[in-house]
Design a protein around this ligand. Structure first.
Ligand code: 3HC
Length: 287
């Protein structure tokens, strides 16, 4: 199958990443079916897409008529069975292997044989996800970055059994979405998170050791390295639960202390301090 055969894209999950992926696919002209587990999460996800598109219009990145056309191409659902109508499905559920495996096994059962199954995983094995399907050659990693409509990178992850044709489809999709591709082998964290996660965890260690305040650490990185966000602002932006899932998955595989989550991070997640999305993380956010 090539990208020309893709009419309908399915997105599993309408959280921060799923909603962004659904948005860029609809803006690129695909019909999109996006699924959440309950009405409340689906409504929040669709509201996030609408607000992001409205911001794009406000910033002159999208014409108002194009926004309405793209919005008309998105359909929300609570039923996995609706993915039977999709040619390409991108999974963006929680970063937890058992949950993702269950989703992939279900997608394999529901989706037509030609359909490609992609995961937006930021650290987990594509080969392992492929192993629960009867089509591992059509299983691939499409790692998008938050905010998806703004960040220009697509990290494509190739599992041991991923076919060249599936990689070619990924490259064509990236071109259609106006993203630049980098290719990574199936190793935890791929390229970006292999480097990003130890850096973020080290920032927490620096804070815990009392070397500097989080405000000064953020300022140092923003002004000293010209990063758009310092590490604490970025962690709140990514979500502390997501960061912890990724760190745990990488530690589980490498057993390297660089990927071990500092106790403060685990305690904050236990307290429900998840960053911007919960109103509190390292910083506090207005409702
Ligand atoms: N659609 C299209 N374009 C949009 C948009 C939207 N919904 N919202 C904003 N934009 C555009 C703006 O027009 C602007 O474009 P311009 O530079 O051409 O004028 C640009 O995006 C920046 O927008 P803003 O001015 O509103 O925002 P800021 O300048 O404050 O930047 C930010 C916001 C882009 C989030 C910036 O702070 C940033 O790049 N932060 C770092 C983000 C990052 O590192 N993300 C990766 C996280 S890691 C990850 O996702 C991987 C995971 O596995 C952990």
């Amino acid at each position: 199958m090539t990208l020309q055969d893709v009419r309908t894209v399915g997105v599993v999950g309408c959280g921060l990443m799923g909603s962004g992926i659904a948005e860029v696919c609809a803006r690129a002209g695909f019909q999109v079916i996006v699924r959440e587990v309950n009405e409340d999460l689906l409504r929040k996800g669709l509201d996030r897409i609408r607000a992001s598109m409205a911001k794009a219009v406000e910033r002159g990145k999208l014409a108002a008529a194009e926004m309405e056309a793209a919005w008309g191409r998105i359909r929300g659902t609570l039923r996995m069975e609706d993915f039977a109508a999709c040619d390409l499905i991108i999974e963006a559920v929680v970063e937890d292997m058992p949950t993702k495996k269950q989703v992939f096994a279900e997608l394999d059962r529901i989706c037509p044989p030609h359909a490609v199954l992609a995961s937006n995983t930021s650290s987990l094995s594509i080969t392992e996800l492929g192993s629960v399907t009867r089509r591992p050659e059509k299983v691939i990693g499409f790692h998008f970055f938050n905010p998806v409509p703004v960040m220009p990178l697509l990290e494509i992850v190739i599992g041991l059994q991923t076919a060249e044709e599936t990689v070619a489809l990924g490259r064509a999709l990236a071109e259609r979405l106006n993203k630049t591709v980098v290719i990574s082998k199936d190793r935890p964290g791929f390229i970006v998170n292999r480097l990003l996660i130890p850096y973020l965890l080290d920032a927490i260690r620096l804070l815990e050791e009392g070397v500097a305040t989080m405000e000064d650490i953020d300022t140092a990185i923003r002004l000293g390295l010209n990063h758009p966000m310092g590490p604490f602002t970025l962690m709140d932006f990514v979500g502390l639960d997501t960061l912890l899932f990724i760190a745990d998955a990488m530690f589980e595989e490498f057993k390297d202390p660089r990927y071990a989550a500092p106790p403060l991070l685990r305690r904050m997640v236990a307290a429900g301090w998840l960053g911007r999305k919960s109103g509190k993380g390292f910083y506090t956010y207005a409702a």
